[in-house]
Write a protein that binds this ligand. Structure first.
Ligand SMILES: Nc1ncnc2c1ncn2[C@@H]1O[C@H](COP(=O)(O)OP(=O)(O)OP(=O)(O)O)[C@@H](O)[C@H]1O
Ligand SMILES: [Mg+2]
Length: 418
């Protein structure tokens, strides 16, 4: 019998699991009928249960007492990875929290396969950590350890944009020189790959992969920048102290705007510091809002509102973020132009990475015949425009924004394990 295998795309924002069924890649249902699972975990303090995905976000939104965690992948390779976080009376390492998530994905994979699955290809960004090969290797090792602890025995890794290329290749009927663009929640990854139905059958594809590059910038960074520029000032960020000599310290505001750092505010020490900051502030009314947001454990709700506004600005020109807590009532109006001004520099760095990918491949932009787009952040008009302007003649192919990588990982796992 052939060994059972699967592909797992553990994403910063969403995860998927790919399998091969009747010779074709498909995604496994992970939550109800949904094939995507938001990469979120909620530790319920009321009944000590743990929820994942949409249910985790729902419990938190419903006001259940507990702790929500998102963007866990961004912790891999960072100093936070080795820290433990307090979950009520327990203290849990971040990597074990990632393990809980992997456990669920494996369980869904096995329930689909009807047997134990020990073979897996895990997706990985081209760089977990920018320009730090040691931290990057640690990030992969941490993810591998988490997967091994859950019972996977044969674990292989594939770059996410190469997985996306394999998914794209599955649908082409002639040879293409493709630029693969995967802009997700945490990273933006690119590859330049020669694909064709004939090449798909070859066992060694090294010669077809002309370049592979990535940068640690994604949708969660755009959320952070949007929050810092348009929401945090409403909570006192960048306002002066009473004596007018300096601005309030920025750290806690930046933590509140950063998905994977929000929970760092929920400590007695942070609350003491915030009260001290309030004491020194010229605009105590604004810092009162900050304190209310933290006391009400409203950080993820606020970040979700920022993310929603960002997404609304993909199709619309205006969006509003409204907060109506008893001690913090305010609204921030956003425009498409304001979003673009806020993220322009980071989008520029992403676009430069695409240009570097083309240079690394040693091909002229005009040689690229197709651009394959996947990842939620490729929907952002500014990002799309900037990247596509580098290869204006290429045909634009829209992939499954949230599923291409998982499907491609299944194809890769088939080559490696079947
Ligand atoms: N219509 C949209 N407009 C703008 N951004 C969007 C849209 N839809 C989703 N996003 C953003 O896309 C990101 C999630 O994309 P995706 O699911 O591809 O990421 P991921 O695979 O989890 O992350 P990564 O691959 O970086 O680890 C989020 O930041 C989300 O806000
Ligand atoms: Mg992704």
């Amino acid at each position: 019998m052939r060994p059972a295998f699967g592909g797992i795309d553990f994403g910063t924002s969403n995860s998927t699991v790919g399998v091969i069924e009747n010779g074709r890649p498909r995604l496994v249902a992970l939550e109800g009928d949904s094939v995507t699972l938001p990469s979120a975990i909620f530790f319920n303090f009321e009944d000590n249960s743990t929820a994942l995905g949409r249910r985790a976000i729902g419990d938190y939104t419903d006001g259940v007492e507990g702790r929500l965690m998102r963007a866990l992948k961004s912790v891999l390779g960072s100093s936070l990875a080795h820290e433990k976080t307090r979950i009520k009376a327990r203290s849990i390492a971040f990597t074990d929290i990632i393990g809980l998530f992997v456990h669920h994905l494996k369980e869904r994979l096995e329930s689909h396969a009807g047997e134990a699955v020990e073979n897996v290809v895990l997706g990985r960004p081209v760089q977990f950590v920018d320009d730090d090969p040691k931290a990057d290797a640690e990030a992969q090792a941490e993810l591998e350890k988490a997967a091994r602890k859950q019972g996977f025995k044969h674990i292989d890794f594939q770059y996410e944009p190469i997985a996306a290329a394999l998914d794209y290749e599955h649908g082409v009927n002639r040879e293409e020189l493709a630029l693969i663009v995967d802009m997700g929640g945490g990273t933006s990854d690119f590859s330049i790959v020669r694909v064709s139905p004939e090449r798909a059958a070859a066992s060694d594809r090294k010669g077809d992969i002309l370049a592979n590059r990535g940068i640690h910038i994604g949708g969660t960074d755009f959320d952070r920048l949007l929050s810092i520029a348009h929401v945090m000032p409403e909570l006192g960020y960048l306002t002066p102290t009473k004596d007018g000599k300096r601005n309030l310290p920025a750290g806690y505001f930046i933590d509140l705007a950063t998905w994977q750092r929000i929970n760092l505010l929920y400590t007695p020490k942070a609350m003491l510091d915030l009260r001290q900051i309030r004491f020194e502030a010229a605009r105590q009314d604004l810092v009162d809002r900050m304190i209310e947001v933290v006391e009400q454990r409203y950080g993820h709700a606020l970040a979700t509102k920022v993310e929603r506004a960002k997404i609304a600005l993909t199709d619309g020109d205006e969006a509003e973020i409204e907060v109506a807590l008893p001690g913090a009532k305010f609204a921030a109006a956003l425009t498409r132009q304001g979003l673009e001004d806020t993220i322009r520099a980071e989008v520029g760095r992403v676009t430069k990475t695409v240009a570097d990918t083309l240079a690394q491949a040693g091909v002229r932009p005009a040689d690229i015949t197709a651009v394959f787009l996947t990842g939620g952040s490729t929907a952002i008009p500014l990002a799309r425009r900037s990247i596509l302007s580098l290869v204006p003649q290429a045909e634009v192919v829209q992939g499954d924004a949230f599923g291409s990588v998982g499907l491609g990982l299944a194809l890769d796992a088939q080559r490696k394990f079947a």
